[in-house]
Design a protein around this ligand. Structure first.
Ligand SMILES: *Cc1c(COP(=O)(O)O)cnc(C)c1O
Length: 365
């Protein structure tokens, strides 16, 4: 059986170095907000190209905290609108509604699977204050036209970079294309911790210091609380692990691209739609989505042939029970994506033999 993602194998490559790093934290006797965090924040901001990186507890918190900080700073008020792609992982939307802001969904472009810039301006109202783009599946969603729309309408641009660490738009990394970005280091992400972890990157000093305070009980100075904050911190052990793995992220992403190239060159079955890639640096292949009409049967066929796959995602946010207010909305492209998408195995450790076997099965479907 070819697993969808063999995390043990992914991490085994770095096991010795990781064990040393964890041991160093244990021996330090300091487990939160210490040297490993500081080092990771420096390394990660340097990697992304941003002035600031703030370690937080997970990717959802990173996004929640960005919006919450804009509320504390007076840029956002309850009920303001945030534009978000209709086809995203639920966390992007949860971050918006958690702050009592209103998500305004925009359909993707089916060729890129990313928010369609030509559909953004028609939903902008007086209450629109921000656009959250999501680099879904590891593909850069940013376009100059999106930056232009934000400038024209005075909107903040927030990136959900949970799936795209290391991805580029021209010479800039995703996570450094807008006003602020949320990153997740959930174990299965391209840069994955051994538990929950996340970060915010930004070039805005006031935003950075507000988020840092909000994530630590709303306090800038111990026992003095400026905001009604929360506890959302990156722990030292996760930071130490991320410090090790960050050094290998570009190599790991190259290995993902190599696997993706083989899929793209070798899958010839015209019943299976594969991604159309123009610029390889603007994709880090967190996932390799394909589209088929009879998706569930296709998934079963692959499983019977020894290949595990995952659907990203079976239910779009506006059709979720928790968002019953949005259930009557209709986004045909988004719904088509959720009906037809299937992710093939891809990771830095997938072997040539495994890809050959998967391609073979897919082409015989
Ligand atoms: C994983 C993910 C998140 C949430 O990150 P967590 O660390 O799991 O909270 C947010 N947005 C997207 C697009 C994701 O894939």
């Amino acid at each position: 059986m070819i697993p969808f993602l063999d995390l043990k194998k992914v991490n085994q490559k770095y096991e010795e170095e990781i064990l040393l790093a964890i041991n160093k934290v244990i021996q330090s006797g300091w487990y939160l907000q210490g040297a490993a965090n500081k080092e990771f924040e420096e390394n990660y901001s340097k990697y992304i190209g941003s002035k600031f990186a703030i370690g937080v507890a997970n990717g959802l918190d990173a996004l929640r905290l960005i919006l919450r900080a804009y509320m504390e700073m007076g840029f956002l008020q309850e009920g303001d609108e945030v534009i978000v792609p209709a086809n995203t992982y639920i966390a992007s939307v949860l971050a918006i509604t958690d702050n009592k802001l209103k998500p305004v969904f925009v359909e993707p472009n089916f060729d890129t699977l990313q928010i369609d810039p030509s559909r953004i301006e028609e939903v902008i109202t007086k209450r629109t204050k921000a656009i959250m783009i999501v680099h879904l599946y590891g593909r850069c969603a940013y376009m100059d036209s999106i930056g232009q729309i934000c400038a024209n309408h005075n909107l903040k641009l927030i990136e959900d970079n949970a799936q795209a660490h290391g991805c580029y738009f021209n010479d800039n990394r995703t996570g450094n294309l807008g006003d602020a970005a949320g990153h997740s280091f959930y174990p299965g992400k391209n840069l994955g911790a051994f538990g929950d972890a996340g970060a915010v990157t930004t070039n805005d000093e006031q935003l950075a210091s507000t988020i840092r305070a909000l994530s630590n009980y709303g306090s800038k100075q111990k026992y003095v609380c400026e905001y009604q904050g929360l506890n959302s911190r990156l722990d030292e052990i996760q930071a130490a692990i991320l410090n090790v793995k960050l050094q290998y992220l570009d190599n790991d992403n190259d290995a993902r691209r190599k696997a993706a190239k083989r899929y793209i060159n070798e899958i010839t079955n015209n019943k299976v739609l594969i991604p159309n890639i123009e610029t390889w640096s603007s994709h880090v292949f967190h996932l390799f989505p394909v589209f088929v009409e009879n998706r569930n049967a296709f998934q079963k066929y692959l499983l019977d042939g020894g290949v595990q796959t995952v659907i990203h995602y079976p239910i779009p946010p506006h059709k979720q029970k928790c968002y019953s207010d949005f259930n009557n909305l209709h986004f045909p492209l988004t719904e088509r994506i959720h009906d037809q998408e299937l992710s093939l195995p891809i990771s830095p450790v997938i072997t040539d033999e495994e890809i050959t076997k998967i391609v073979d099965l897919v082409n015989k479907w």
